[in-house]
Structure formats: C-alpha cells, structure tokens
Design a protein around this ligand. Structure first.
Ligand code: F1P
Length: 339
C-alpha cells in the first residue's frame, strides 16, 4: 500500500505540498531582477494553460504598498540566492492569513528564503559563478513548469498537454545544444555591438519577458544601455529612438504572433534600424546587410522561451567579451543583494 508515503508533490516541494496545492486558486509571485522576469513568464504560462490568475510584482514595490487580500492565493518567491533582501522582506511582510502558504523557487539550499518558506523547490543549478543570473533563470523556468504540471493535474489540464510538456522538457537539452552550436554566428554578430551605446529588444507574448531578460543581461555585463518592449508598443513611443545606430534584437519564434511581430520589424527597417532576428528557419526571415538572422532550432512551444534565453545570454556574453568588461563581476553589482 502507498498509504502514508509522500506524494510526488511532497517529494518535490516538501511536506504538506499536496494539501496546499489542492486549495490554490491563484498565485502571487514576488521577485527581483532576473527572477522577476521568470515570474513574468510564469504568468503567461499559468494563465494560458490553467486559467489560473497569476499576479507578478517586484519585491521592492510589493512590500511597500497596501494590498487587497486575494483568497486561496499561494505566495511564490523566486530567487537565485535565496537571500535577496527585498524578496525576503516581502515574504516577511505577508500578514497572517494573507496567503494560503508560501513557496520559494531558489538555487541555494538553507538560504533565508528557503528556511522561512513553507514549501521549497530547489533549482539545483549548481553555484552561479558570475554575478548575473544565467543558469539560475533557465532552471527557475523549468521549476515553474514542474509547478504548472502539479497544478495541471489538479485543474484538469488535458492529459495530452501534460504529456507534451514532459516530452518538451526531455528534448530541452538537445535544443540548448543546438543553440550552443550557433555560438560562432552569435559571436560574429556581437562584434557589431562594440561601438553601440543603446540597444532595443523586442518580443511578443511570453517572449516579451524573455526580451526583458535579454536586455537586462546586456546592461549587466556589457554596460550597453538596453530596453525591452512588447513589439506592439513600438508605435507608442520607442519608435522615435530607432535610427541607423540603433540595433534592434527581435525574439521571433514561429508562433501565432509571428505575423504581428514581422510587421513591427518592418516598421523598424523602414526607419533604418539594424535588425538581429533570433528565429527558426520556418519563420522565413532572410539575412541582408541590415538584417542579421540567427537560426534557432525548431522547439516545442512551451519550453521554447528557455531555449531563446540561452541564445540571448550568449549574445550578451560575446558582446561583453569583445568590449573587455568583466563578465563574471560586473561593476556596481553584487551576487546577493542583502541590503
Ligand atoms: C536578484 C538579482 C539578480 C541579478 C543580480 C542582482 O537575485 O536582481 O537577478 O542578476 O545578481 O540580484 P536573486 O533574488 O535571484 O538571488
């Protein structure tokens, strides 16, 4: 008999996970920096696949504002270090009874957030040597997909979709290898950024937070000022910035938003902007003197944000190397922001 043995969820997330997950109707995510971007991705995933309301906020704001109570809501913090002061303060700021329970997705065991949360998912990415989060981010996204499956089993997520998700996770290492195989191409285009002072990242849907993360990496390790926008927002202001000196990096998977993105990129091209398009062959982009296409592997839709992230991380890495900045220890940043 299996009676009394921990469930799968308890094995992964800790004692009592099953009882908590059975009651969860909404998720409040709180995090900082890169980890906040992982939370933004989760919002797209949880609302699309489960119809589960998912609220995401930076910890440095969450803790300083009056909040309306949301019933049956799980408080989810995400943090590489598990020590980020704002995220920890947000957890501590939760009033008794405000949330059903707290869960942390963290990379460092026995860190403050791990000790103080009710449930824990350890990303086990190994030590992050550099200050800027990289493998922590991609493993946070995997952790969020595991959580999606845990809720999917409860919320009637189609068995076929659950199976597809498991298969997609299994082929993720091959997709990442395929991106790494493009490193020479990415290194070659990175040379064009050495003299640049600004860059614009564009994405749509779930790739908007991936664009944000790409721009954060470029800022953090190469000190190039970078912004990210959902591509449809271009015409509401940022288009004024586009000229021949402005590199525009587009995250362009072959999904249902591709045609909309393509017309946004046409707007950039017609204003002389130089395009760097991360896209699979079937998206049909062609390189020319002002358009540089970086071929991405064909990926399963649900895990594809993880694969595209690795490509953007490589771009920032090579730009930083070409500029001679310290990739592992960028100026002014600390690995864990504990004050
Ligand atoms: C949050 C974070 C990182 C960023 C830098 C400063 O850390 O903003 O995302 O790369 O290291 O701290 P954490 O809560 O994920 O440890």
């Amino acid at each position: 008999s299996y009676a009394g043995l921990p469930t799968v969820d308890e094995t992964i997330f800790g004692d009592n996970a099953s009882a908590v997950f059975d009651q969860v109707e909404a998720i409040q995510i709180v995090a900082c920096g890169t980890s906040y971007h992982a939370g933004m991705v989760a919002k797209y995933w949880f609302e699309q696949h489960l119809g589960m309301p998912c609220y995401v906020e930076v910890a440095s704001e969450f803790r300083y504002r009056a909040r309306a109570k949301r019933p049956n809501t799980l408080l989810l913090t995400i943090s590489q270090s598990g020590e980020t002061a704002d995220s920890l303060a947000a957890l501590r700021d939760a009033a008794p009874g405000e949330f059903l329970a707290s869960l942390v997705i963290a990379n460092v065991d026995n860190s403050a957030l791990v000790r103080e949360s009710d449930l824990v998912f350890l990303t086990q990415a190994g030590p992050e040597i550099g200050v800027a989060s990289t493998k922590a981010f991609t493993t946070q996204l995997v952790g969020l997909l595991v959580l999606l499956l845990a809720f999917g089993r409860r919320k009637g997520l189609d068995a076929e979709v659950q199976k597809q998700l498991l298969l997609a996770l299994r082929s993720l290492p091959d997709n990442v290898e395929a991106v790494l195989a493009q490193r020479a191409r990415i290194e070659a285009v990175s040379e064009r950024f050495i003299q640049k002072h600004h860059a614009l990242f564009l994405g749509r849907g779930v790739y908007y937070p991936i664009a944000l993360e790409g721009s954060l990496k470029l800022k953090e390790i190469s000190y190039i000022h970078a912004e990210a926008y959902p591509a449809g927002e271009l015409k509401h202001g940022p288009l004024a910035l586009v000229d021949e000196d402005m590199p525009v990096i587009a995250v362009a998977p072959n999904d249902e938003l591709l045609e909309k993105l393509r017309s946004n990129l046409e707007e950039v091209r017609s204003r002389g902007g130089e395009l760097y398009v991360f896209a699979p062959e079937e998206a049909g982009f062609e390189s020319s003197d002002r358009v540089h296409v970086i071929n991405m592997p064909h990926c399963d839709a649900i895990t594809s944000p993880i694969t595209y992230t690795v490509a953007l991380q490589l771009l920032s890495y090579y730009v930083a190397i070409q500029k001679g900045t310290d990739v592992d220890k960028p100026r002014n940043l600390a690995k864990s922001v504990t004050v």
